[in-house]
Design a protein around this ligand. Structure first.
Ligand SMILES: C[S@@+](CC[C@H](N)C(=O)[O-])C[C@H]1O[C@@H](n2cnc3c(N)ncnc32)[C@H](O)[C@@H]1O
Length: 315
């Protein structure tokens, strides 16, 4: 990546923001796809986590967790194929929470009883918001299991301890039924773990064999695991992974009724991705379409956007 002036700014953190050089060697094979259990929360953090209010319901547990401590590699925002930026809170995740709040308050979105997936979750604030708004199930996905163990699980537990998730009115038997799970893995293959039922055999790791869905047919059990809502913030920065990101969405989102809420920068200098590049891909595919919910040009970074992406109505 080019020099300092080409870097997207990360304004919520005093830490800098930068991607590795575009001329780096090809990335190593991705880490294995695995479910991370809440009990695997990392016990060893060098400094305490600080609680920062985001809105009246949600707070961020922010730690000084760096790539040096967690991955034993030089501190960096991105090491392609090894670490993809999840240890920092990026401003798009707060933009996304703000837009979700307006959608819910405006009656245009209800998360009650929904199956929700947050892709590329990092701290997982949008997914935590979905938990608090009464989603029936929220799955958090990150490239790195370490991010889930260090930050995501802690943020979920911290917020759910403080605030009671909204419950459907007149349906008290729903109490305690919310399911929250954590999955690590590359978008190229993590759908196979996400779409597998908890009780359909195998361990918490992805087995080596191909699934039927990879050959084009989703089994009815895996399609019932598809999500009503997919959330993602600042996941579309790299041109080279946009195709895999779109594929995992198409495999995991409920046909016709599913919606994606996406926040990110219009353009990421040096790595070529951005909201507009991702929307171009969607447009070319012709199955889904986006509508702009918010544009944030506060000078803290290049322009950021929040989009809602849904299936086109059948002609
Ligand atoms: C820039 S971080 C954003 C983190 C968080 N959403 C936020 O806004 O604070 C990008 C996220 O996408 C995930 N990610 C990037 N490339 C990925 C890939 N190829 N497969 C799976 N996850 C990936 C990273 O693990 C990371 O959580």
């Amino acid at each position: 990546m080019a020099g300092e002036d080409a870097l997207p700014v990360f304004s919520l953190s005093s830490l800098g923001f930068g991607f590795s050089s575009a001329s780096s060697p090809p990335p190593p094979p991705p880490p294995p796809c695995v479910e991370v259990l809440p009990s695997e929360v990392s016990a060893s953090l060098s400094s305490p986590l600080e609680s920062i209010p985001i809105n009246d319901k949600l707070s961020l547990l922010k730690g000084r967790v760096n790539t040096g401590d967690v991955f034993a590699m030089p501190n960096s925002d991105l090491v392609p194929g090894k670490y993809e930026g999840g240890l920092k809170l990026w401003e798009g995740s707060v933009d996304l929470v703000n837009s979700l709040c307006s959608e819910v308050q405006g009656g245009r979105l209800s998360l009650l009883g929904k199956r929700v997936l947050e892709l590329g979750c990092g701290h997982g604030l949008p997914g935590v918001y979905a938990c608090l708004e009464g989603a029936a199930a929220v799955d958090f996905q990150d490239f790195n299991a370490e991010v889930l163990r260090c930050l995501t699980i802690r943020n979920v537990e911290h917020n759910l301890r403080k605030g009671r998730p909204r419950l459907p009115e007149g349906n008290p038997q729903n109490e305690g039924a919310q399911q929250v799970r954590f999955f690590a893995g590359d978008w190229r293959e993590v759908h196979r773990l996400l779409l597998r039922r908890a009780d359909d055999g195998g361990g918490r790791h992805l087995p080596g064999e191909a699934s039927s869905e990879e050959h084009g047919s989703l089994s009815s059990s895996s399609s019932s695991r598809c999500y009503h809502v997919i959330l993602m913030a600042e996941t579309m920065y790299s041109l080279s992974s946009l195709g895999n990101l779109y594929d995992v969405i198409k495999k995991c989102l409920r046909r016709q009724t599913g919606v994606v809420y996406m926040a990110g920068k219009k353009h990421y200098f040096g790595v070529g991705g951005g909201t507009r590049q991702f929307l171009r891909l969607i447009d070319e595919d012709g199955v889904m379409e986006g509508s702009l919910l918010a544009e944030i040009a506060d000078g803290s970074s290049n322009v950021r956007e929040v989009w809602k992406i849904s299936f086109k109505s059948p002609a």
